[in-house]
Design a protein around this ligand. Structure first.
Ligand code: 7TS
Length: 409
C-alpha cells in the first residue's frame, strides 16, 4: 500500500505556497511532478558523466552510452517486453504515435483501407491519422461512446472488418478517465488482420502494463506524466513488426551505411532513433521507472482508485456539478472532468488557483470528444501517487467558494 505522506517528502515542489495557500496539485494528467531521485539523476549526468552517446571510444561517452542502454533495459523490464530492442526512445508520446503513423501507416495503407480510432482520443491519436489519410487515401472510422462514457462495443462490431488495417486506441482517456477493454478489442482487431496501437500516455503512468498480455502490437507513452522529465517518450513494438516498420526520420546514428544515392538502416531500435537522442532524459526516465517499480504499479493503481472513489463521492455533494466519465471506478483512472452549469471551466480553474488548487480547464486536446459531449470545455482534476484525501477536500471547498462567488449558493 502507498503511503503518500512518505512519498510527498520526495517531491520538493509540494512545499510551495500558491497565493498564500499550500499547493494542491491536481493536474498530473497534464504532467506529473518529479521526485528528488529523478532531479538528482538529471543533475548527476550533466555534472559528472556527460558526453554524447554511441559516438566516442572515451570513458565519458562509454558511461553515458551504458547508462542510456541501461535505461532502455529498465523500461523493457517495467513493461515486461520480450527484448530491450523493442523499446524505441522518442521525444514524447506524441512523437511515438507520429513515428508509428508515418513509419507503419504511410508505408502500408492504401486507398480504401481504414484506421479505426475512437471519439474520446487525444489529438495526438487523431491528427497524425488525418495526415496519413491525406497521403494514402485511407479513411478514418470512429468507435462511439455509450451514455456512461465507455467505448461502445456495438460500434466495434458494426465497423470492424477486413478494411480496418490499424486500430489506434487510448488505454485511458485523459478527459473521461475511461479505460477500455484493450485485450478484448485487440483480439477482435487481430481476427480481421489489423495492427493495434495503444496510446498509453495516461495508462502507463497509472496502471501495471505487461505488453505480453496487453494485446497491443505497439504502445506509446511519455516520461513526463510518470515522474520523469519532459522530452522523452517511448514507442514499444513487437520485435518482428519493428523489423518490418520503416523509419520516419533519417539522420545520424540510424544507418548501417550511407552512399551518395541510398542508405541502409541500423538494426532496431536504433533505426528509429535518428540524431542525438534525448539520452539524459531517458536516463532520468530510468530513475522514474525505478521509483514507480519500488512503489509497485499495482499499488499506484489502487491508490489512484481509492482517491478517485473518494473524490467522486465528495464531488457528488456539489449541486449541479456533472462528471464526464464512468462512475464505476473499476474501469476508470484518476482523471475526473466536470462541469458546473453557469461557471465556465476557465473561471473554475482561476478561482481554484486563488486557493492554491491547480486543475486544468479547456478542451484537453480532445476537441472531437468535447463536441460529442456538447461542451466547449471542462475542468479536470487528476491524481497521482503524492495526492491525499485532504487535497480532495480542498478541491471541494474551493468549488463551493466558486459557486458562492457566482451567486449559485
Ligand atoms: N495521449 C493522451 C491520452 C494524453 O493524455 C496526452 C497528453 C498525449 C497523448 C500526448 O502526450 P505528450 O506527452 O506527447 O504531450 N495529455 C495532456 C493532457 O491531458 N493535458 O496536457 C497534456
Amino acid at each position: 500500500m502507498i503511503d503518500p505522506s512518505c512519498i510527498r517528502a520526495d517531491f520538493p515542489i509540494l512545499d510551495r505556497q500558491i497565493n498564500g495557500r499550500p499547493l494542491v496539485f491536481l493536474d498530473s494528467a497534464a504532467s506529473s511532478q518529479k521526485p528528488v531521485q529523478v532531479l538528482d539523476a538529471l543533475t548527476r549526468i550533466y555534472r559528472d558523466s556527460y558526453a554524447n552517446v554511441h559516438r566516442g571510444a572515451y570513458t565519458l561517452s562509454q558511461e553515458s552510452t551504458e547508462a542510456y542502454e541501461e535505461a532502455r533495459r529498465k523500461v523493457a523490464r517495467f513493461l515486461n517486453a520480450g527484448t530491450d530492442e523493442e523499446i524505441v526512445f522518442t521525444r514524447s508520446a506524441t512523437a511515438a504515435m507520429n513515428l508509428f503513423a508515418y513509419g507503419w501507416g504511410l508505408n502500408t495503407l492504401k486507398p480504401g483501407d481504414r484506421v479505426m480510432t475512437s471519439v474520446m482520443e487525444h489529438h495526438a491519436n487523431i491528427v497524425p491519422w488525418h495526415i496519413v489519410a491525406r497521403h494514402t487515401g485511407a479513411e478514418l472510422v470512429y468507435l462511439d461512446l455509450t451514455d456512461d462514457f465507455r467505448i461502445d462495443l456495438d460500434s466495434l462490431g458494426d465497423r470492424l472488418d477486413e478494411r480496418v488495417k490499424i486500430v489506434a486506441l487510448s488505454g485511458m482517456s485523459n478527459v473521461l478517465g475511461t479505460m477500455p477493454p484493450i485485450g478484448a478489442i485487440a483480439s477482435v482487431a487481430h481476427e480481421v488482420g489489423a495492427v493495434v496501437l495503444v496510446d498509453g500516455a495516461q495508462l502507463v503512468p497509472h496502471s501495471p502494463v505487461d505488453v505480453r498480455t496487453l494485446g497491443a502490437d505497439f504502445l506509446a507513452f511519455s516520461g513526463h506524466k510518470m515522474l520523469g522529465p519532459t522530452g522523452i517518450g517511448v514507442l514499444w513494438g513487437r520485435r518482428e513488426l519493428l523489423e518490418e516498420m520503416e523509419p520516419a526520420e533519417g539522420g545520424g546514428e540510424m544507418i548501417r551505411d550511407v552512399r551518395l544515392f541510398e542508405s541502409t538502416w541500423a538494426p532496431v531500435p536504433h533505426k528509429f532513433e535518428a540524431g542525438t537522442p534525448p539520452f539524459v532524459e531517458a536516463i532520468a526516465l530510468g530513475a522514474a521507472v525505478d521509483y514507480l517499480s519500488e512503489l509497485g504499479m499495482g499499488n499506484v493503481l489502487e491508490h489512484d482508485r481509492r482517491l478517485t472513489a473518494y473524490a467522486l463521492k465528495r464531488l457528488a455533494e456539489i449541486p449541479d456539478l456533472s462528471i464526464q466519465g464512468p462512475s464505476d471506478i473499476t474501469d476508470r483512472g484518476g482523471t475526473i472532468s466536470f462541469h458546473i452549469p453557469g461557471i465556465h471551466a476557465h473561471d473554475i480553474a482561476t478561482i481554484l488557483d486563488e486557493q492554491g488548487v491547480a486543475v486544468r480547464a479547456g478542451h484537453h486536446c480532445a476537441k472531437p470528444l468535447m463536441r460529442h459531449l456538447g461542451l466547449t470545455a471542462t475542468a479536470r482534476a487528476s491524481f497521482y501517487v503524492y495526492n491525499v484525501e485532504q487535497e480532495v477536500d480542498a478541491l471541494v471547498e474551493a468549488l463551493a467558494e466558486a459557486r458562492r462567488l457566482f451567486g449559485l449558493s
